[in-house]
Design a protein around this ligand. Structure first.
Ligand SMILES: Nc1ncnc2c1ncn2[C@@H]1O[C@H](COP(=O)(O)OP(=O)(O)OP(=O)(O)O)[C@@H](O)[C@H]1O
Length: 684
């Protein structure tokens, strides 16, 4: 078997050769022209350096007229695998410096240069919008031909020539050759050549000899390193740059209050959320909070945001709602003692102490009732709880049963208070109370992904931060993918998204057989949505992906099941393995299969440590941890066991729909192939 280390070192040799080849090409081009002349300007130096990228799939447009102006020009428009680069070349005597948020040449303020480049980028972003190119795919560069610099300044990057090349080669490759051609064609028509051709680099390559020694123009190591980074980047980068018209419209839409995006699995909701966060960062002030319920997803979001727009990454805070609440309490000096394990035992004591009339339901049912209904909805009196609708909870609870639950809740809270303990739901309630006491400033907008899994308290916190201000709050989610018990109604949060909702309907992720399998699990199923509507289990959906494989492995025994699954995993090549996941429906299964992978010598990463950066080996975790993620190949051991257990449980009315939704989420994480194991005999 090829080891990852071996292939990485071969890869770095290949890339070092690529860099040397680029350098050879440069010298060959220089020698061909043979007409170097002192005093040549920086634009030509940059042009000559960039020319070599044409063989790497780049299209270069030099010195194009800026529409609407008579004499202004764009020095270079470069379109290549890494996106569109708008390049303004500078030759300054003094090296550029960023001091106190200003761009300086010596002591002279040059902020105007940055504003000019930004103003140039805007119409380019608009012109490319029709081709589906997201604004984040257009990069602005002030390039200093005679200085070495590599620094972000807001949305713009300052670079020397070597650093520019490293960026162009090193950024993840997101555009296919056909995309490069179509974008270049649009730019050619919108940005005509300047009438006076000052920029024909083959005719007028007047470059001062001394400035083009290897190591000043081409730093082989820098370029090779950048290229290696690009090679290692995740595949499927295309969507980071390309959006379909519905997605693009949503990203740039102006909403005059809280808004909502829905859509079934794999329709690009998170992609739109990421682009929207960047769009807001660019067009408004303040921090853009990109939040969610799941603890593992923000790491992935942050990493993607950073790769899409490193210059704006500092403006977008990706953090799960509980962590944000904790930060707020810390900032405000409010003490809390979160200990989920100890809180769990206090709950057990409370349950023993209270005589529940309906003792047929399992303990976790009452725990969920307190966490997701009472605390989740922020109920403070029994009278409120007695009449409150319980969205997402189907086991009916009459007034007497609710009185019992309320007693249990107050007993539990007293026990926590006596020990000075808090559970997770308490933290959100404390944060909300604190925001009501003193508002928090500095948050420009909040984007919530997987909003169906948040509680009403969480949504209220988000709303407190931005209120009903235009473009302030965006809720993204899909009720069919709810994986936690309970729910809420937006009406109870005190705002509405009526008239400000978009539905995405093209699935870009799943092979069609995989998608069909995922929808089949929900057939006949209905889910209450947060806007008081009922979502059908089979949404209207177009599928843009290939067929995909679904393997149903029926084994005679648990041992046979595991052997078959492990041998299917072992058969994957290292690249496929690194892009695959074992998703389990319970924590116990995660433990079991982690041990089995270890015993079989299969490299694996737990999903709670995964941030989307490529790591060798298969990923493993619960479905909840896999929320919002996707993998080339997905393995679902004992895929139907959880469903069968739910069917037979005393709280089946609640557990079964949830188990179906969890299975639906698990299945729709798979792009190309889905392996579903079972020991259930056929027909049962
Ligand atoms: N416009 C597009 N062009 C090509 N691929 C796209 C496009 N939009 C999204 N995708 C692909 O679809 C995948 C699913 O997108 P995303 O994760 O945003 O969907 P989602 O609706 O949030 O999914 P889920 O709700 O199932 O987590 C992305 O990883 C990407 O590969």
């Amino acid at each position: 078997m090829t080891t990852a280390g071996g292939s990485a070192s071969r890869e770095s040799q290949r890339l070092a050769l690529l860099a040397l080849d680029l350098e050879r090409q440069f010298h060959a081009t220089r020698d061909r022209s043979g007409r170097f002349r002192a005093g040549a300007d920086g634009e030509r130096q940059v042009a000559r350096a960039l020319q070599m990228l044409e063989q790497q799939g780049w299209r270069l447009l030099f010195d194009r007229a800026w529409p609407g102006t008579r004499s202004s020009n764009v020095d270079v428009l470069a379109v290549g695998p890494a996106g569109v680069f708008v390049i303004d070349v500078k030759v300054w005597r003094d090296a550029p410096q960023i001091t106190g948020g200003h761009l300086l040449a010596g002591s002279e303020n040059r902020d105007g240069e940055v504003s000019k480049l930004r103003a140039m980028m805007r119409p380019i972003q608009d012109a490319l919008e029709a081709a589906g190119l997201a604004p984040a795919g257009v990069h602005g560069f002030l390039v200093f031909a005679n200085h070495r610099v590599d620094e972000a300044f807001g949305q713009i990057r300052l670079a020397g020539i070597t650093e520019l090349l490293a960026q162009m080669i090193g950024r993840p490759q997101r555009l296919a050759p056909a995309d490069v051609e179509s974008i270049a064609a649009i730019l050619e028509s919108v940005y005509p050549e300047m009438l006076i051709d000052e920029f024909d680099v083959t005719r007028q390559a007047h470059l001062p000899e001394g400035e083009f020694t290897a190591g000043t123009l081409f730093d082989v190591d820098t370029v090779a390193h950048a290229a290696l980074r690009a090679e290692l980047a995740l595949p499927m980068e295309r969507w980071m740059t390309f959006l379909d018209p519905a997605q693009l419209k949503t990203v740039r839409r102006n909403w005059n209050g809280p808004a909502r995006i829905t859509g079934a699995a794999g329709t690009g909701k998170s992609v739109v959320g990421l682009h929207r966060a960047l769009h807001l960062a660019e067009s408004s002030t303040g921090t853009i909070l990109l939040t969610t319920y799941v603890a593992s997803l923000p790491k992935v979001h942050q990493q993607l945001i950073h790769r899409m727009r490193p210059d704006l990454a500092g403006r977008v805070e990706c953090i799960n709602m509980h962590a944000w609440a904790r930060n707020l309490l810390d900032r405000r000096g409010l003490p809390y003692h979160l200990n989920a394990r100890k809180a769990e035992s206090e709950f057990s004591y409370a349950l023993l102490a209270c005589q529940l009339r309906d003792s047929a339901l399992p303990p976790h049912y009452w725990r969920d009732e307190i966490t997701y209904v009472i605390k989740g909805q922020g109920l403070t009196t029994f009278d409120e709880y007695a009449v409150r609708p319980r969205p997402g909870r189907r086991v009916p609870l009459g007034r007497a049963a609710r009185a019992d639950v309320w007693d249990l809740y107050t007993d539990y809270q007293e026990r926590l208070a006596a020990k000075g303990l808090h559970d997770h739901a308490d933290l959100l309630l404390m944060a909300l109370a604190e925001l009501d006491r003193e508002a928090e400033t500095g948050v420009g907008a909040v984007v919530i992904d997987e909003v169906q899994d948040l509680t009403l308290t969480g949504v209220r916190i988000a709303h407190r931060l931005v209120g009903d201000r235009p473009n302030g709050l965006l809720l993204i989610g899909d009720a069919r993918q709810t994986v936690y018990p309970g729910g809420y109604r937006l009406a109870d949060a005190g705002f509405t998204v009526r008239g400000r909702a978009e539905v995405l309907t093209v699935n870009y992720r799943n092979g069609s057989r995989i998608l069909e399998t995922g929808l089949e699990v929900l057939s006949g199923h209905e889910v209450e949505d947060i806007d008081d509507t009922v979502a059908s289990g089979r949404p209207q959906l177009h599928n843009s992906y290939t067929a995909g494989d679904v393997i149903l492995a029926r084994a005679q025994s648990g041992t046979e099941h595991d052997t078959v699954m492990l041998s299917a995993i072992t058969a994957l090549n290292p690249d496929d393995l690194a892009n695959s996941a074992v998703l389990c429906l319970t924590n116990d299964d995660v433990d079991t299969y982690r041990k089995q992978l270890s015993r079989a010598g299969i490299t694996h990463t737990p999903l709670d440590r995964y941030d989307g950066t490529p790591t060798p080996g298969i990923k493993i975790g619960t479905v909840q941890r896999g929320k919002g993620l996707e993998f080339r190949h997905v393995f679902l051991p004992h895929h139907d066991r959880h469903l069968k257990n739910a069917e037979q449980s005393a709280d089946a009315a609640d557990r079964l729909p949830l188990a179906r939704q969890q299975l639906h989420v698990a299945i729709t994480r798979a792009r190309d192939s889905l392996w579903m194991g079972t020991t259930t005999p056929e027909g049962q």
